[in-house]
Design a protein around this ligand. Structure first.
Ligand SMILES: C[S@@+](CC[C@H](N)C(=O)[O-])C[C@H]1O[C@@H](n2cnc3c(N)ncnc32)[C@H](O)[C@@H]1O
Length: 255
């Protein structure tokens, strides 16, 4: 299995939260799925608890698992401030044994793209199956790859985000460029952080394993997971060629 290489990207949960403040529309989607499929719930790659904590506030019995200690530390602080109970687990989603099973397991917002090789995906799916209750569901949220983005001119910069620096150093401006490796299907993205008036930039790699729609379906199928529904967005519209997302609901194959 290839090592996980995103530690730098997730070394400060405060930056992650400020950068992703606008992201909220997946929370009602998961609420609906929990109403439909039940609890307890396990969120893989839960990060700073952006989704976990609002769900816990609504009374959902949820555990959050992540490999990054800094992200989990931010999550714990936020949960304490909100007065909610969440079981936080520091673990690799390719290798965990929790001694309990869940009605619903999900891996949100492109986190699965941090698993770069087949062995990693297989190991993650095997752990998921071990932790699903009978008829439990597993949901993956990953974008529908766009060739025009993957094949962009790498000499240009594209905007990512702008937010106030949590250490009071002014505005953080994040831009990116990328080179897509068609062999490994890894999109090698570089994020450039310019903080306030500083002349230098902080460069952080964000390498994402691209999962094409039929490839994802096949990987799930050959790893003992049946795709029951595939939505194109959080409004649960059916998945189509031009859908922004692949929101894939699956269950363990029986027999
Ligand atoms: C895009 S963030 C998502 C965080 C959060 N779920 C959210 O929706 O805001 C991706 C998260 O995946 C975590 N991650 C990456 N590889 C992982 C692994 N092998 N096992 C567990 N977590 C992992 C990172 O530490 C990071 O917190």
């Amino acid at each position: 299995m290839k090592p996980i290489d995103c530690a730098d990207l997730y070394k400060d949960g405060r930056h992650y939260d400020l950068q992703n403040k606008h992201l909220t529309d997946d929370i009602p989607f998961y609420r609906q799925q929990i109403d439909k499929y039940g609890q307890p719930v396990l969120e893989l790659a839960c990060g700073t608890g952006r989704i976990t904590i609002p769900l816990a506030k609504e009374g959902v019995q949820i555990s959050g698992l992540d490999i990054s200690q800094p992200m989990l530390s931010t999550a714990k602080e936020k949960a304490k401030a909100a007065g909610v109970q969440v079981e936080w687990i520091k673990a690799d989603c390719r290798d965990f044994k929790l001694g309990k099973k869940f009605r619903l397991i999900f891996i949100p917002i492109n986190s699965i793209t941090h698993l770069h090789d087949r062995e990693s995906l297989q190991a993650c799916f095997a752990c998921v199956k071990e932790h699903l209750q009978p008829d439990g569901k597993f949901i993956i949220d990953v974008f529908n790859p766009r060739l025009d983005i993957l094949l962009r001119d790498p000499s240009k910069r594209y905007p990512v985000a702008e937010y106030p620096d949590p250490d009071g150093q002014g505005t953080v401006v994040v831009t990116e460029n990328n080179v897509y490796d068609t062999d490994t299907q890894i999109n090698r993205i570089k994020w450039y952080f310019r903080i306030g008036e500083r002349k230098d930039e902080l460069v952080v790699e964000n390498n994402m394993r691209i999962l094409f729609p039929r490839e994802l379906d096949a990987l799930l199928h050959y790893n003992g997971l049946t795709v029951e529904a595939k939505y194109g967005n959080y409004d649960q519209s059916p998945f189509r060629s031009d859908s922004p997302k692949q929101l894939t609901v699956c269950c363990a194959q029986t027999g």
